[in-house]
Design a protein around this ligand. Structure first.
Ligand code: WT7
Length: 651
């Protein structure tokens, strides 16, 4: 049995199938053989600064950089002395070229409405909104908090911030008012962007009402701009709240991109770590931009004729890097979809693929598992022959789901890129380059050029092939996080203190005899629910803030659709456990964090199992939660500490 707490994991799975790309796919690609990939990877490894320095010529430089990398571990500065602008690289760079009138964004709303923007049109909208930001007093270094549905204005707002050197903090529209206020406070956000409501499966999510509650506890936020998306009634607070369309009607489309130093903060994105407090991962301008662009081009083998659809939300890093910044700096056409995959029915995604003739489709394993469950009749109803490449991200994909994706969606002709990366890495770190690296179902295969992974044991020594260990990155890369917002100590401690000289990813991995990498889950208390990262301690902190919770422990357990489900064990005070209390606790977590953190099961227990030193025995709880340990009828109040005594274990 895998032991999550140790770096020494050995795998039980051996996947031998190898899938090379078709000759037709290879014929059109730039990096078209294993030898070509290896040459590129070796070139980058031998002299990373020369490698990235050369590629950086693909960005626009208002002022050329002097030094490619200043590395003062754990602080990296890339392209020092240079000045560029991400919004310029995504928009202005295409004006006056044949891409000027190319479609940048093909958007589809959940109710079926459509809008599209050419690069030129998108540029004009971004310039106008950048001017709106300026009239609201936003300038360099100011933090803009964005809580919006997946509408074009979300991308426009992100690009407008970068145009004037403001820093965005996008908060996924499923988070609660308390979670927003927390993040706004941590970032000292000055301006809030939101919409009246969002569409979700035909229902309205009242975003503005949630924001009203959040802003009551966000003293740094001075103003709020509200997009009218749904048309529901909202309260507008005089002097604080402004309508998006009214401000845009007055704004000029003339707003030159500001030359920004390479290391100007670009965005903050909150993610979970192994403590209860979310961390604001900070990315900066030039290095992130180059890494997002190059990884997009390499991994997705981008051609100008492609229609690229990444189904993520801009509230996560995948949306930042592969809906907005990577594809737009590469001059791609992206599809952006607002709603749920099962509205009005489970065939929605495939209708979108057919309608827009999507050629590259990038989604998460949790979605693939849902598609499988819904049944083949849905994809079979649509013409998917435009697809030429498929991708996955967010968690490992089990070989059975991989095979289904390959056959039913890819028609056995599309390579699958299983992309491993993190909020912290800014862009894809390991993935097959599709025309070069034959795939193995369940493996993210090999590192991207310029990425040097290492798998080490608890003493920091490299492990042998096929042995599990801690996955680290041995050299700085341009897309790496530059810190945790306002918490240098936590940045050092979390990522750079466990293995000397290396970035700690927090994942376990092994490398097979062909030097293919296999990700084997987290080493910390982070769980992965539907491809979203949550810390068990965050869920616990939310629960213990309820007056009737004395103590609790949250663990992940395997779940057929979500990857992992959240199981919590609770001891209560002042009341008897009941179904009503269980519902109340779920509602409480929803209020404290958001729907995505609501526990799947809550078990009341007389006591939590603990070691003699008082540590909660999480491994035992994980076993109980996943049904590996017989505990009898869990609907009654169990005393799991008795079980611990029976097992006689220490963790
Ligand atoms: C964690 C990062 C990267 C954008 C989405 C999630 C897991 C991610 C894979 C993959 C196995 C994966 C890891 C990683 N993960 N991609 N292809 N195979 N595991 O970003 O929220 O920062 O989570 O997701 O555990 O550390 P994130």
């Amino acid at each position: 049995m895998a032991d999550k707490s140790s770096g020494q994991i050995d795998t039980v799975m051996r996947e031998e199938r190898l899938f090379p790309p078709s000759a037709e796919f290879v014929a059109k690609a730039d990096i078209d053989s294993m030898a070509a990939y290896e040459t590129l990877w070796n070139e980058a490894e031998a002299d990373p600064e020369a490698f990235w320095g050369k590629l950086a010529a693909e960005l626009h430089w208002f002022k050329p950089f002097e030094t490619v990398l200043e590395w003062d571990e754990p602080f990296a500065k890339w392209f020092v002395g240079g000045q560029t602008n991400v919004s310029y690289n995504c928009l202005d760079a295409h004006l006056g070229t044949e891409r000027e009138n190319k479609t940048a964004i093909l958007w589809e709303g959940e109710p079926g409405d459509e809008r599209s923007f050419t690069y030129k049109e998108l540029h004009a909208e971004v310039c106008k909104f950048a001017n709106v930001l300026k009239t609201l007093g936003i300038g360099r270094g100011d933090v803009v908090s964005i809580y919006m549905p997946m509408v074009p204005e979300l991308a426009i707002a992100m690009l407008a911030c970068t145009r004037i050197g403001a820093v965005h903090s996008v908060i996924f529209a499923g988070f609660s008012a308390a979670a927003i206020a927390d993040r706004n406070g941590d970032a000292s956000a000055k301006l809030q962007l939101t919409s009246d409501a969002a569409w979700r499966r035909g229902k309205q999510l009242p975003l503005k009402a949630t924001i009203d509650e959040a802003l009551a506890k966000s003293p740094s936020v001075e103003k709020c701009v509200v997009l009218r998306r749904v048309g529901n009634d909202v309260t507008m607070q005089e002097g604080r709240d402004f309508w998006w369309h009214e401000l845009m009607a007055e704004a000029s489309a003339d707003c030159p991109a500001e030359p920004l130093d390479s290391e100007t903060p670009l965005f903050i994105l909150y993610t979970s770590g192994s403590t209860g407090k979310p961390k604001g991962i900070m990315h900066t301008t030039a290095g992130y931009n180059l890494f997002a662009k190059k990884t997009f081009e390499w991994v997705f083998d981008h051609r100008d004729s492609d229609i690229f659809w990444c189904t993520a939300d801009c509230g996560w890093i995948t949306g930042h890097s592969y809906i907005v910044y990577g594809p737009l700096s590469a001059g791609a056409t992206v599809v952006m979809y607002e709603g749920a995959p099962n509205h009005p029915d489970e065939g929605r995604f495939w209708q979108i693929v057919e309608k827009y003739k999507v050629t590259i489709f990038y989604t998460a394993p949790t979605a693939i598992r849902a598609f499988i469950k819904w049944g083949d009749q849905f994809p079979e109803r649509s013409d998917l022959s435009s697809l030429r490449l498929l991708g996955t991200v967010g968690e490992g994909i089990n070989p059975a789901a991989w095979m289904w994706y390959h056959r039913t969606i890819g028609g056995e002709r599309c390579p699958i890129v299983d992309t491993w990366w993190q909020t912290e890495t800014g862009g894809i770190m390991m993935s097959p380059l599709p025309a070069a690296v034959p795939t193995k179902p369940g493996s993210c295969t090999k590192p991207i050029p310029g990425v040097v992974p290492a798998i080490v044991d608890d003493d920091g020594n490299p492990v042998a092939a096929n042995r599990g260990g801690m996955l680290c990155i041995a050299k700085p890369w341009p897309g790496m996080l530059r810190g945790i917002w306002g918490d240098e100590e936590r940045y050092r401690e979390q990522y750079w203190s466990t293995v000397p000289g290396m970035f700690l990813t927090g994942d376990n991995a092994r490398c097979d005899d062909d030097s293919y990498y296999w990700i084997m889950g987290r080493i910390d208390d982070v769980i992965n629910v539907s491809g979203h990262r949550l810390s068990t301690i965050e869920v616990e902190s939310a629960l213990v803030s309820h007056p009737h919770v004395a103590e609790c422990a949250a663990v992940g357990r395997p779940h057929e659709l979500k990857g992992e489900a959240i199981s919590v064990f609770v001891t209560v005070k002042d009341v008897e456990p009941s179904d009503e209390l269980r519902d109340e606790l779920k509602a409480h977590v929803r209020k404290e964090i958001g729907a995505l953190a609501v526990p799947d099961d809550i078990r009341f227990t007389a006591a939590l199992p603990k070691t003699r030193s008082g540590k909660i025995m999480r491994r035992l709880l994980r076993d109980i939660a996943s049904g590996n340990t017989e505990v009898g009828d869990t609907s009654t109040l169990e005393d799991y500490s008795v079980l611990a005594k029976l097992r006689g274990e220490e963790e």
